[in-house]
Ligand binder design. Structure first.
Ligand SMILES: Cc1cc2nc3c(=O)[nH]c(=O)nc-3n(C[C@H](O)[C@H](O)[C@H](O)COP(=O)(O)OP(=O)(O)OC[C@H]3O[C@@H](n4cnc5c(N)ncnc54)[C@H](O)[C@@H]3O)c2cc1C
Length: 407
């Protein structure tokens, strides 16, 4: 076997095993027959029999109109999903294409709508105007992110991520004064947030970043350097900036975290010029997708911040940033789930509506496993209420790509 193909198969196999074990864990927690059947499918032998049997079992268990994404959720979270899906489908979905094609800004009324639904306040404690109780409601956060991303990644899928990252760091190390200053505004969506960590030569390796913050004789800080991929930097009122305050080779212990207040700008370019001549310039990077919030390259030159912009201890920034990223990563996964749900939804709808050779695409045995136009109860698939159902069909040898089962 070709070495590249073997490597690919190994990677695919281990990703599949990881997914199967995560699904099994989820099913154990959910304790619902459908979840257990899905987990059996995820772990099924790659032979046609094991795979098909698992799909048949799942299809047979799908109750009419039920949505598998609600498995394991309590009434409150189900209601939250319904509310957010309705909001996202009405306010984001219809504008997604226009925002993407025109590389437009996320409309202000979408940001306001997300704020009014309380999504910015999920991670902010009640005493600062949010709804965070004793324990964080990660499930609510994930539902919010999934639903916004499902309607449009460009128009809102990522709106909740940056506030969550900053809030977590603030709750860990900010002074009471800093919390009072920023948290209430973040909770209401009046203060929008961007996170500036990545640099041209430092992405995954955060400890390698070079953007420098030096103490200024005024007692504050002067920042000079370049940041890359800073999403939402124009619109944001608060920039969370991780800078090097230690020596060049001080590694992760030489980093400090700052919050810079700025004006909010629309569009793809902005410039903040301070009285003494210090500047912060932003230029949107033309991305393939993920538009709307725009992702910026930032150039800071002697950009001054007051002493109280430092969060926590000097040199403690790396840990605070990682603390913030811990739940930010969860949201990244939820965004991917939302986008995948939308892709499946649209693909299923297409195969049911597109007629080829006198029948919907879905009714042709083009592949051996595909979405079927009929539900297990035999209701015609044309009904708008019928959930898409996965049914396996025997494929003719000529329609099965060579090696289809071998991976
Ligand atoms: C649309 C978009 C929005 C973003 N928004 C923000 C933002 O708001 N704020 C911000 O600070 N950053 C943001 N980022 C930057 C993002 O966090 C970085 O792209 C990410 O950290 C990876 O860094 P890099 O692109 O420099 O890749 P690199 O770190 O150079 O990695 C290159 C490749 O090597 C792999 N790799 C890295 N380390 C290892 C390893 N140890 N072992 C094996 N493989 C490895 C990586 O998985 C990757 O595939 C954004 C990026 C994008 C594309």
């Amino acid at each position: 076997m070709d070495a590249d193909v073997e490597l690919y198969l190994r990677v695919w196999g281990s990703a599949r095993d990881a997914a199967a074990s995560a699904t099994a864990e989820w099913a154990t927690a959910a304790r619902e027959p459908l979840a257990e059947a899905i987990a059996r499918g995820a772990a099924a032998d790659r032979s046609a029999e094991g795979f098909d049997a698992a799909f048949e079992e799942v299809a047979g268990l799908l109750p009419d109109g039920a949505s598998p994404e609600n498995i394991g959720l309590g009434e409150e979270h189900r209601l939250l999903r319904t509310t957010l899906r309705d909001f996202a489908e009405r306010r984001l979905g219809p504008r997604a294409g226009e925002i993407h094609r025109g590389d437009l800004d996320v409309p202000d009324d979408v940001i306001r709508g997300v704020a009014e639904l309380g999504l910015f306040g999920l991670s902010v404690p009640e005493q600062y105007g949010g709804t965070l109780g004793e324990r964080p409601d990660h499930v609510a956060m994930l539902i919010g992110t999934e639903e916004l991303a499902r309607a449009s990644l460009a128009a809102g899928g990522s709106l909740m991520t940056r506030p969550e990252i900053l809030v977590r760091a603030l709750l860990t190390a900010a002074t009471e004064e800093q919390k009072q200053r920023w948290l209430p505004g973040i909770a209401t969506g009046d203060l929008l947030v961007a996170v500036a960590v990545t640099e041209p030569d430092a992405g995954s390796d955060v400890a390698a970043l070079r953007c420098r913050a030096s103490r200024h004789e005024s007692g504050g800080w002067s920042i000079t350097g370049t940041k890359l991929w800073c999403t939402f930097a124009a619109k944001a009122h608060l920039l969370m900036i991780l800078c090097r305050t230690g020596t060049v080779d001080s590694g992760h212990r030489g980093l400090s975290l700052f919050v810079a207040e700025k004006s909010s700008f629309a569009g793809h370019d902005f410039e903040v010029r301070q009285g003494h001549g210090g500047t912060l310039r932003g230029r949107a990077i033309p991305t393939l997708g993920y538009r709307g919030l725009h992702t910026f390259e930032l150039a800071l030159e002697d950009y001054r911040l007051p002493p109280e912009a430092l969060i926590g201890e000097e040199g403690g920034g790396f840990y605070l940033q990682m603390e913030g990223f811990s739940t930010g990563r969860l949201q990244t996964a939820a965004r991917a789930v939302g986008v995948m749900q939308a892709a499946v939804r649209d693909a299923v709808a297409y195969t049911r509506s597109r007629i080829v050779f006198g029948r919907p695409v879905a009714e042709h045995g083009l592949a051996d496993c595909m979405p079927s136009a009929s539900s297990p109860t035999g209701r015609p698939g044309g009904s708008t209420r019928a959930p898409p159902t996965l049914r396996c069909r025997p494929a003719s040898p000529s329609s099965t790509p060579a090696g289809w089962r071998s991976t």
